[in-house]
Structure formats: structure tokens, C-alpha cells
Write a protein that binds this ligand. Structure first.
Ligand code: KDG
Length: 318
């Protein structure tokens, strides 16, 4: 039985060296990036047997993504599209630095995944896995991906697979009202919801602190677990009526992209190993801290490193 299956778009991330502008750079680093495959990689690196489902063109670019994810231990379940009739989504990332923010430019309209139907994917893998994860980016891509997201969540629910959903609101993909309506339709198919407090307020129209937000969402949508992330203030989780708090572990930030996915990866990996909620929050927070120290969307880390962060050990290993 697979531990974890994720579903969503993976793009090629193209980024100039730090301090260079997209407008003028001659060099772009190419890396795979996509919230759901970021989670699969993070969890696989922490010992989970992880699969990721998606759709890509059968081209060097599509295969480039699969090769990178496979190199971290993820098993791809990809629907291959005709290379002449489909495309890989890309995103450009220009790193910021005070006082200039980081800039993301998507070039992903009509990517292969926007036409993905459940019968093109190995949906048995969802039913046979312990945990299924997807995010609010996927239903934003097209009506078809929104329908496929619902169908896969249903398949997971019918099979007794635990379902998690990270809100991952992306303002460049849709407006808050449309997103909110889509999210609220999906919540009935979700067991564990990850939501940044900022998005709970701005997109889901929730008021109050993290605990109040978690209680409101859990009650209204029958969610088992709601994890509200609060940036540097840490996370609060409501699980079966009990509240747990987790601080962030300090990190020197090299690249913040993928931090939330790393949190989910650490959390899910620890739950899959039988860890309780406080342990899962520690693993999530420590994996997120480690991610921030490295370049790229992926949390390329190890169980030993996560344990060291939790135990407060660092420094030079020699
Ligand atoms: O969470 C990190 C993601 O934002 C990044 O991997 C790109 O999937 C991505 C997206 O849609 O923004």
C-alpha cells in the first residue's frame, strides 16, 4: 500500500541568480516546482512511499520534471499528452531582497494538466493509499482540473484514505470570491485542512484568531483537523476538539518558496509513521525551517536533519 498520493501541476521554475533581474539576466536555473509534488518529494525524503499524479507532455520538458521528482524517490503516475498538442507550465521566479519583494510570473495557461480526466490517471493508487493530498491551486487551473480534484477526493473518501487539502490561495490564478466558493464545495471531502491565517481572513472571510478560525471551519465543514499557519508566529492545530500550538524553528532564509509544502510534507510523513498531532506539528515546522535554508521549491532534507532541528542541534557535522 502506498503511503501518500498527491495530485497537481508541476512546472519548470526558471530563476535568475540572486541579485539579477529577469529583464537582464543571461542565466536561468531550471528546477521542478509545484505545490503537490513538493509535498510528495518532502515526504518521500522523510521515508514515505510517495506517488504524485499529474499530466505532462511527452516531451523533453515533461520528462525533465519526472526525472527530477523520481531522483528524490517519488513514484510518478503521469498521464502523458501528445507533445505537439500540449505544453508544460512554467514559472519565473525573481528573488527579492529588502526593499524589493520576490516576484513570481506564471506562464502556465493551457498546460497539459488543464485537460486531465480521472480515467487518464492511476486512480487505484488513490484508493489504495493511506493518505491523499492536493491543494487549492489545482482547482484554479481549469474546470476540468476542478472536477478531477473533486473526483479524486471522492475516490479517496470512499476508500477510507485520509484526505488533506492545503488552501494555497494564489491571487494570480483567481479572485477570492470564486476561490472561496470552490474551496467550500471541496471541504466536505477533506479530513485535514491546512490554511494560512491570512488567507482564512482574506479569502474565506473568517474573523478572529487562529483557534477561533479553526473551530469555525471544523464545525461548519466537519473537518477532523484544521492546521492554521501564522508565519513567524507558528501554527495552531485543532484536532478532534483539542488545540495544539507549535512555534517556528529559527532558520536563515535562503529561499522561502515551498516552505508551506515542506510543513505539510513533514506533518504528513510523521502522521503516516504513527506520530501524534504534536509530533506531526514538530516535524512539519522543522522540515519547513530546513527548506528555507536551501535553493528551489523542494525540501531536500533527511530524517536525521529534521531530528536535529527538533532536538536543537546544528552546527558543523564532522
Ligand atoms: O508552494 C510553492 C508553490 O507556490 C510553487 O511550487 C509553485 O505550485 C506552484 C504554484 O502554483 O504557485
Amino acid at each position: 500500500m502506498t503511503d501518500l498520493v498527491t495530485f497537481g501541476e508541476t512546472m519548470l521554475r526558471l530563476s535568475p541568480p540572486r541579485g539579477e533581474r529577469l529583464e537582464t539576466t543571461r542565466d536561468l536555473t531550471v528546477q521542478a516546482g509545484g505545490a503537490e509534488s513538493n509535498v510528495a518529494v518532502g515526504a518521500a525524503r522523510l521515508g514515505a512511499d510517495a506517488r504524485w499524479l499529474s499530466k505532462l507532455p511527452d516531451s523533453p520538458l515533461g520528462r525533465r520534471i519526472v526525472t527530477e521528482l523520481r531522483s528524490h524517490g517519488v513514484s510518478p503516475g503521469v498521464a502523458w499528452a501528445d507533445a505537439d498538442e500540449s505544453r508544460v507550465g512554467t514559472y519565473y521566479l525573481e528573488h527579492g531582497g529588502e526593499p524589493r519583494g520576490t516576484n513570481v510570473i506564471y506562464d502556465r495557461a493551457d498546460a497539459a494538466i488543464t485537460t486531465v480526466e480521472p480515467d487518464e490517471l492511476p486512480t487505484d493508487a488513490v484508493a489504495e493509499s493511506e493518505w491523499f493530498h492536493t491543494t487549492g491551486i489545482t482547482p484554479a487551473l481549469s474546470e476540468t482540473t476542478a472536477e478531477t480534484t473533486t473526483a479524486l477526493l471522492r475516490t479517496a473518501g470512499e476508500a477510507g484514505t485520509t484526505r488533506s487539502f492545503d488552501l494555497n490561495y494564489r491571487a494570480k490564478l483567481w479572485d477570492p470570491e470564486t476561490a472561496r466558493a470552490a474551496y467550500e464545495d471541496l471541504f466536505e471531502h477533506v479530513d485535514t485542512l491546512f490554511v494560512p491565517r491570512r488567507d482564512a481572513r482574506a479569502v474565506l472571510d473568517r474573523e478572529g484568531g487562529a483557534v477561533e478560525i479553526a473551530h469555525g471551519l471544523a464545525t461548519e465543514f466537519g473537518l477532523d483537523t484544521v492546521v492554521v499557519t501564522r508565519g513567524l508566529e507558528g501554527a495552531v492545530a485543532l484536532h478532534e476538539g483539542s488545540v495544539y500550538e507549535q512555534d517556528v524553528y529559527e532558520a536563515e532564509t535562503f529561499d522561502a518558496i515551498g516552505t508551506g509544502d515542506a510543513f505539510v510534507a513533514g506533518f504528513v510523513a510523521e502522521r503516516l509513521r504513527g506520530g501524534d498531532l504534536p509530533a506531526a506539528l514538530r516535524w512539519g515546522s522543522a522540515t519547513a525551517a530546513l527548506k528555507r535554508t536551501t535553493d528551489g521549491d523542494l525540501a531536500v532534507t533527511t530524517r536525521a536533519e529534521v531530528r536535529n532541528v527538533i532536538d536543537g542541534e546544528g552546527g558543523i557535522d564532522r
